[in-house]
Design a protein around this ligand. Sequence first.
Ligand code: KMH
Ligand code: ZN
Length: 283
Amino acid sequence: MSNKLIITAAICGAETTRKETPHLPVTAKELGDEARRCLEAGASIIHLHVRKPDGTPTQELGFFRDAFIAIRDACLELPIIQPSTGGAVGMTFDERAQPLELCPEMATLDCGTVNFGDEIFVNDLPMMRAFADRMVKIGTIPELECFDLGHIHNAEILIKEGRLRGHCHFDLVLGVPGAMNGSADSLFKMVSSLPAGATWTVAGVGRFELPLACVALGMGGHVRVGLEDNIFYRKGELSKGNAPLVERIVRIARELGREPAAPDEAREMLGIAKNRKNKIKFE
Ligand code: KMH
Ligand code: ZN
């Protein structure tokens, strides 16, 4: 089993605004350039949301296609482009599913309804089943996003129903107000509840991003950082983009004897065939 570290860069998100940070990439060109900087810094997965020019979150296919092309054209080596099927709170299944038209190598599959700040992010089981079936049909690997302990058990329902076969990769998102908090104890509980053989990434929200990443590095997990989850480099200091957050994780990981995985190494660790990228529908 590889000791390498898969770093996901969540470069844009649906909630972070340009008002909060001027470093947020919004246009396809900005997303492409930001993905290149993150790849060069050591990320192998780009978790992707897209925006309209005024910054409004959207799941429209055209915006995703433009961003996919911009990322492909900007990067020397193609990272795993992982579009969100979560979108923004309040979007319908049909809206959210649009990026699957591009046959991505990987996409998020949100594993349960959850309080999301003052709002509710709805992911009922019928919706989860529909996303899982669509992804299996087109050969897209789901990243099972869990915001709470019960979400892992929801994913297990999909596994028991035979909807998810093969390797499972989880993204444990901790620190969303209203969901599982950002303590190390929460991470331990989540990890000890995962099905045998699963791999996992931690995404700590806000001030929990760095400490949870450090815990995950020591536990053998993988790490997600980026302006979707956290806009600060340190207290009171905005991160000048996503790459400085990736670079810091690489420095810490190397001290612990963990090298960042290149995209093809990450593909192998996640059970994505090397030539699967040829099936992405860029045009
Ligand atoms: N924007 C959040 C409501 C995902 O990407 O799948 C949902 C989200 C999860 O970001
Ligand atoms: Zn997301």
